[in-house]
Design a protein around this ligand. Sequence first.
Ligand SMILES: Nc1ncnc2c1ncn2[C@@H]1O[C@H](COP(=O)(O)OP(=O)(O)O)[C@@H](O)[C@H]1O
Ligand SMILES: [Mg+2]
Length: 255
Amino acid sequence: MPTPDLVTAELTLTGRITTASNATFLGSIGDVVVVYKPIAGESPLWDFPQGTLAHREVAAYLVSQAFGWGIVPRTWLRDGPMGEGMVQLWQEQDPAQDAVDLIPADHMPETGWKHVLQGRDENGRLVALVHEDSPALRRMAVFDVIVNNADRKGDHILALADGHRHGVDHGLTFHRDHKLRTVLWGWLGDALTADEEAGIDRVSEGLHGELGRNLADLLSAEEIASLAARCARLRLAGRFPAPSGEMSAVPWPLF
Ligand SMILES: Nc1ncnc2c1ncn2[C@@H]1O[C@H](COP(=O)(O)OP(=O)(O)O)[C@@H](O)[C@H]1O
Ligand SMILES: [Mg+2]
């Protein structure tokens, strides 16, 4: 089967992934499996302008490309059965792996994991929220600070069989106000690595060229200026930030 044109070839819906907040569908373009989120299916939010989430998802992909770490699966805008929306390549998760987990609080592994917080589950047991301590997740945490991700839930991190980790669901990004809500707080205060700093620099430089031009079709000028400011601030600090502001530092639910 020839590779279909991912923008113009017919997009067929094969299932619905979420029904609650946003309309998120599983679809196919020829034999390519995709996620499709029509703009018409975006629920109104108090803090993000209506009808902009699909654009933010594509903007997050472009920034991910500038980082060069393959965090966000290929994402683009196109028409579909329910109108214009965002489409993203489907990535098969490994059901045997979890990058983020809730575990009994007294079962914290000695190495390889970071502890974020603890609380009681519905049965009153003390549980801990933990995530992998890996270069891949560190990069995702840096990416989240830069795109100002307000919704990095556990289920928005896909664990692939080969060890790669993808981030998905980036509709709540690029707000001008600080909105970082994430489960990836394990490196709070730690110094950034040279690799992480180089990634931030690629985004900063990109904003003066092709990345900046492409983002101009997707985000407001103020949002792009805020993005540049976050890059500069994180580079200057040289460390993973701590939670700040009045709002919750973790998304709810956590998964
Ligand atoms: N590109 C993808 N590949 C594989 N699974 C995905 C992909 N995008 C989303 N998912 C899965 O579908 C779930 C719902 O998608 P999400 O983008 O979070 O939609 P919503 O905006 O409705 O919350 C995710 O938590 C994830 O498990
Ligand atoms: Mg989601």
